[in-house]
Write a new protein. Structure first.
Ligand SMILES: [Mn+2]
Ligand SMILES: [Mn+2]
Ligand SMILES: [Zn+2]
Ligand SMILES: [Zn+2]
Lengths: 128, 128
DNA sequence: ATTTTAATGCGACTATGTTGCAATAATACA
DNA sequence: TGTATTATTGCAACATAGTCGCATTAAAAT
């Protein structure tokens, strides 16, 4: 089950890196063109997530977005993604924010995943 | 454009109220049976949201959940839903939590919607 | 009772994401 | 370098969630 370095993989990773934010399948598809198949993009992204290089955000539009893991927290040696995201409703950009709010859960509840998205208008689009 | 009181509407509202939490379409469908059509359920729920009786949560499973508005905040006379939700990965229950974290956004950013979901194991399922 | 039109049921449709399978190509190894 | 192994790909089919057009039904207004 060793991972191989492939064309698709490199291109997708590069696209995610240069974007700086989180990308959905269709954002990637339009960046990369039709050379790479839809299923391949999804499979590559899922592998990236499994390997912990990338985290998945579920937007309030119901779509999956993928972002390179950069400032993700290290909670007792475990990689966590408990930061908030912002999705601009005008330009579509999705980005990772710095804030990692502490939520206290009811007694006996165990948190495994965080998915926090604020949507609105980003700085660039506010100016317009 | 006045709303009418219908059978479907009453049943769906009752189901939401007695559940106490947030329900997805398929949860409602299995509660109500096939007497009410799928499209109708969605349309009724969307109307409830428009009318501000119910709010919509996008789960980290990508599905829409709907909850009666009860402890939603009143921010300068505007109804807001900036509270966190919890989805149990074992029993599927989705509930509104009390916490309403203050997130500070980058300069120039405007927040319009909050969608915050923590998933994990709820109190009931932890005991098992 | 009659009219008006909001709401419903049904089917078709879109969108997002996954999976099976044969073909391809990245790696390991002789 | 040449060959064998198998991870990855492309394609098609599938699954699921949600929406929409349209004819029919049934609230509510008169
Ligand atoms: Mn991460
Ligand atoms: Mn509310
Ligand atoms: Zn992030
Ligand atoms: Zn809620």
């Amino acid at each position: 089950m060793k991972r191989r370095k492939t064309q698709s993989k490199s291109e997708i990773l590069a696209a995610l890196k240069t974007s700086g934010g989180a990308l959905s399948h269709d954002m990637l598809q339009s960046t990369l063109g039709t050379t790479i198949d839809r299923a391949t993009i999804y499979r590559v992204l899922n592998r990236f997530c499994e390997d912990g290089m990338v985290h998945r955000i579920i937007g309030d539009d119901g779509k999956q977005y993928f972002a390179i893991c950069e400032n993700c927290g290290e909670k007792k040696e475990m990689h966590t993604h408990n930061h908030v995201h912002f999705r601009c409703m005008k330009c579509g950009k999705v980005e990772c924010l710095k804030s990692t709010p502490e939520i206290d859960l009811p007694k006996g509840y165990q948190a495994k995943m965080f998915n926090m998205v604020i949507s609105g208008v980003c700085g660039d689009c506010t100016l317009i």
